[in-house]
Design a protein around this ligand. Structure first.
Ligand code: BGC
Length: 807
């Protein structure tokens, strides 16, 4: 193949434009005459999902078997960059072995609210932890010659109306909370691609947001790869090219290509912008097509998945050292999740696992005496007195009850935010009934996020296993029996109740905008600053041994501390570094923020000197006025500890920098949520209108607004979709296609049609939806046939270009 610039120079305008959207659901376009192959893109973040048969993008149709690793929310609890890199490399090998060039992950959006439907796919509420782990995945994936695609860039925090919701966020919060993780991944791991998100950010769709894609991503951070749109997330194809969006996926046929050609011919899009995007795409293709396919050792990957799940399981409570279970203890194993594990979430990340052992199988092979297994409750939440009675009777016959509770499938899905943090009532009722007859109850939770724990007093031990991937059940057995330590520490706060979360009153937003009024006070930044008590703090987790911290020294290079294993077993601890201003600050900031961590493994009685280095991010804040990262002059408290609520040692250090006038009001309580005036001040301008306009529906209105459409036909279409949604939810499995449509805008009709529908057709459908039935119908028919003709003639021109030029 020629070098990239010669190759690009030799392409026709139509060929260039055509390269910037997909050929089908999963592949880029090939241009054979110049030797440019098509490449496969596939999800995803915790396992390869390559669909070879009939393709949809939401994991509904089957995919090639692959290892299902623990989801990101789980691995985040390991706080182990090396482990994340190992998983990344395994993902890269499986992708390569299946001929996938671009893997669509990891997902690193910040968990603004624990209700976020895709929380299970994301790492943390903290950008430092999210960014470092994501960077490790990227290094691993790309070490196998496969492109990683960190996603979703950016500020994509809710599923409700995810393709039309406008995240309104002030610049400082944007930089410090929502972009820092992406900055880390770009600067430290050089991803070859990145996926823009569905939503708008401050009024502009992410895939055509020049501030995000050009000013910040490319100019400031030096990103040199391709920006891939989320599936159906492209809006204005021409604006995307100008703003830095490289590849629109999946395939809008040649519709976008024609728009790009027309814009170049009309002089409204520069050839330089077009060539820049085409160069990025060609470079991506080249980077992922240089190596032969790898061979993946699926047995080794299953073993890695098992180790990772145990390293990430968080032991939250362990009264009387109930865990690890005594050898040959008699155990009653109860819970629907014991015989059918919950190990991943629903949506585009769904992996067709190579095998999924159950907890019942895994414990049967362990040195405990299982006296019986009972289901205890129905997964769909409906009461079942007989199941409960059987389980309680079993519980009375054993020394210890292992009770596998968790969230049902429907609770954690792409396209659907959670509505509660409570465990299903029937499960709590069962726990209470069991506690009436058993004094030792180990609750094992399977959920991709946090739950409220008002029932905590009834659990002697509580292990949050998150969603452990295909070997998750074996890992739980390993931890329960003490074959391995529970290595996890919470990567998100477990609040006492939903009402305590900083976004409780406004998440998810059904309005046109989602207002980020909490500013930087996300997760522990809110609880610590406002003094809100929590159930389990960020960073918390127990092991089977104990550690002490001593001899803190802080110098210019960082904090150094001695950690000693004071218990009787070998084990690992996660040493965490938090930094905050001591006195009043000139900027609105959380009292402390995570700035470093290290996982240390120690034999009993052994000590290690652990260094947590300072870096460019340790003391900085983003100064909106100058558009630069600055350090505020003054004193900082540097603390080291086992979690954010357990800071064992602290020192105060002075830093030079800009002198700011302290703010007059210290931040406390409700002040972490801005009122109208404060929010407008944060935004530096008026708060954008949040209501949907009352006028006719447009191509970027969500389709669920057909509920109030002028046309009876459209209202009926809404009811049909909504009924299907309800029916699926009652049955316990989300209907992802229906959710996609209801949350999505009308423009997806053309964006997802593979060329069957054009933008003009979408406009015609809207005429109909807006009540002009006869005219609308006529327009639909005309637009459909015009679209077919246009597709045919573009295809012909594309093929002819290929033939002429190769001749
Ligand atoms: C999801 C992405 C995913 C893509 C392709 C979208 O709906 O938001 O995370 O990579 O589909 O499956």
């Amino acid at each position: 193949m020629k070098d990239t610039s010669t190759l690009v120079a030799g392409l026709s305008l139509l060929e260039k434009a055509s390269l910037l959207s997909g050929a089908n659901t999963w592949q880029t376009r090939a241009i054979e005459r110049v030797g440019l192959p098509a490449v496969w893109l596939a999800d995803g973040p915790h396992g390869v999902r390559k669909q070879v048969g009939s393709a949809d993008h939401l994991g509904i149709n089957g995919s090639e078997p692959a290892t299902c690793f623990p989801t990101a929310a789980t691995v985040a609890c390991s706080w182990d960059d090396a482990l994340a890199e190992e998983i990344g490399a395994a993902l890269g090998r499986e992708a390569s072995a299946q001929g996938v060039g671009v893997l669509l992950g990891p997902g690193l959006n910040i968990k603004r609210s624990p209700l976020g439907g895709r929380s299970f796919e994301y790492f943390s509420e903290d950008p430092e932890l999210s960014g470092r782990l994501a960077a490790a995945y990227v290094r691993g994936i790309q070490s196998e010659g496969v492109a990683a695609t960190p996603k979703h860039f950016a500020v994509n925090s809710q599923e409700l109306r995810r393709m039309v919701s406008d995240s309104v966020v002030d610049e400082r919060t944007l930089r410090e909370i929502y972009l820092t993780a992406f900055e880390i991944v770009v600067r430290e791991a050089d991803p070859w691609a990145i996926m823009s998100s569905y939503n708008l950010v401050n009024g502009v769709y992410a895939h055509e947001n020049a501030h995000l894609l050009t000013d910040i991503l490319r100019d400031e951070w030096g990103f040199a790869g391709a920006v891939v749109s989320d599936w159906g997330g492209g809006n204005d194809a021409v604006a995307a090219v100008a703003a830095g969006g490289t590849l629109e996926m999946p395939s809008p046929g040649f519709d976008s290509a024609r728009q790009i050609v027309a814009a170049v011919e009309a002089g409204t899009l520069s050839t330089a912008d077009l060539d820049a995007r085409v160069t990025e795409l060609v470079e991506l293709v080249r980077r992922v097509t240089t190596r032969p396919r790898a061979v993946a050792d699926l047995e080794a990957h299953h073993a890695l998945a098992r180790r990772a799940a145990a390293e990430s399981a968080v032991l939250l409570r362990n009264d009387d050292d109930l865990l690890p279970l005594a050898e040959n203890a008699s155990v009653a194993l109860i819970g629907a999740f014991a015989t059918a594990p919950r190990y991943q979430g629903a949506g585009s990340s769904l992996v067709n696992a190579t095998r999924v052992p159950t907890l019942a199988d895994a414990l049967a092979a362990a040195p405990v005496d299982i006296v019986g297994v009972a289901e205890g409750f129905r997964r769909d939440g409906r009461p079942d007195a007989a199941l409960q009675a059987e389980a309680v009777a079993l519980a009375a016959r054993a020394d210890v009850v292992v009770l596998a509770l968790g969230l049902p499938e429907i609770a954690e899905s792409e396209g659907l935010d959670r509505s509660t943090l409570a465990l299903p009532e029937e499960q709590v009722r069962l726990l209470r009934a069991i506690r009436g007859v058993a004094s030792k109850v180990v609750v094992v939770l399977s959920a991709g996020g946090v739950v409220e724990t008002p029932w905590l007093a009834d659990a002697t031990a509580l292990l949050h296993a998150y969603l452990g991937g295909q070997a998750g059940a074996e890992a739980i057995a390993d931890v329960l029996t003490g074959a391995v330590e529970p290595g996890g520490r919470l990567a998100e706060t477990m609040p006492v109740s939903l009402a305590d979360t900083p976004t409780a009153s406004r998440f998810p937003s059904a309005d046109r905008t989602a207002e980020y009024r909490e500013g930087p006070f996300v997760g522990y930044r809110h609880y610590e600053t406002a003094g809100v008590p929590v159930a389990f703090p960020f960073g918390h987790g127990l092991g089977y041994t104990t550690f002490s911290y001593s001899e803190l020294e802080v110098d210019d290079a960082g904090a150094h501390v001695t950690v000693t294993n004071t218990g009787a077993r070998a084990g690992a601890d996660v040493v965490q570094l938090y930094v905050g201003r001591t006195g009043d600050s000139g900027v609105l900031r959380p009292v402390r923020e995570l700035k470093g961590y290290a996982k240390v493994r120690l034999e009993p009685g052994a000590s290690a000197r652990v260094s947590l280095p300072f870096g460019a991010r340790t003391f900085r804040f983003f100064d909106v006025a100058s558009g630069a990262w600055l350090v505020e002059a003054g004193d900082y408290q540097v603390s080291v500890g086992a979690h954010v609520g357990d800071l064992r040692l602290s020192a105060v250090v002075s830093r030079g920098g800009v002198s700011l006038i302290p703010r007059d009001a210290p931040v406390t309580g409700a002040a972490t949520t801005a009122d109208d005036d404060a929010f407008a001040a944060l935004l530096g301008g008026p708060i954008p209108a949040r209501d949907w306009s009352e006028g006719p529906l447009g191509e970027n209105d969500p389709m669920d607004r057909m509920a109030g459409a002028r046309s009876a036909l459209a209202r009926m279409a809404f009811r049909v979709l909504d009924r299907r949604r309800e029916k699926a939810e009652r049955a316990g499995t989300p209907d992802l296609n229906v959710l996609f449509l209801l949350n999505g805008p009308f423009r997806v009709i053309s964006k997802m049609s593979g060329g069957l529908a054009t933008r003009r057709l979408t406009a015609a459908v809207l005429t109909l939806v807006n009540g002009q039935s006869i005219r609308g119908l006529g327009r639909v028919v005309a637009a459909f046939f015009a679209g077919r003709r246009a597709e045919k003639s573009t295809q012909k021109a594309f093929d002819a270009a290929a033939m002429n030029r190769s001749a």
